[in-house]
Design a protein around this ligand. Sequence first.
Ligand code: 6PG
Length: 253
Amino acid sequence: MPAPAAAVEIFEDLAQLTRRAAEIFVEASNRAVAQRERFTVVLSGGRTPQDLYRLLADASEYRDRIPWRSSHFFWGDERCVPPTHPESNFKMAFSAMLSKLDLPAENIHRIRAELPSPEAAQGYEDELRRFFSIGEGQAPDFDLVLLGMGPDGHTASLFPGSEAVREKKRLVVAPWVAKLSSFRITLTPPALNGGRQVTFLVAGADKAVALEAVLEGEPDPERFPAQAIQPSRGSLIWLADRPAASRLRALNS
Ligand code: 6PG
């Protein structure tokens, strides 16, 4: 039995997908601040969201509609490098967006991935539990979680075959990723599935096989970790461009 249906929106190209994601970001931020006086968002790494981050900060039609000073930025995963390293997800988002805004420093919740990985993971978990005032068995209720997906169906740094995909209690772990020959720091499914709105941004023909498997194949999150993202109380939306969605029945029915 395939995973529960998620909302799938298909766009001609990355530019149109990015504009839709920007609207989702604006709506989620204003709804959160109106209801809870703050907006908490998990940023994804990788290439796909870079245009979104630039658009939000550069285009007045979005920038001027976002309550930036009430917004708190978190990361879904991080490479084990300093924040100045070209591979850093923090550096990517900071350069594309956060550095251009007048944000209180305490609103930027960076994963300190320059530390030894177990310490970095525990430190971030402690920060999440402290910020959201949650204990064991509870998950953060991020207002918006942005995720990408690799051609192998990974998301954040939850890679196929990784025990991190099966994690049920911890919010942040530091798995060894054999295919990358490196450790990563990643939020776990429990941490990501507490989100009020989870939005995947998937673009490129190289994602088509994995996207078909994740959305229309049998549940097999060990093989396709993006399937482990099933929000427990929030909504799940997949934004895909036509090349990435080219194998979906929904597109070809
Ligand atoms: C990372 C991301 C990762 C990314 C996918 C897709 O640290 O790279 O968290 O999960 O979202 O690999 O990456 P692209 O957007 O570059 O295709």
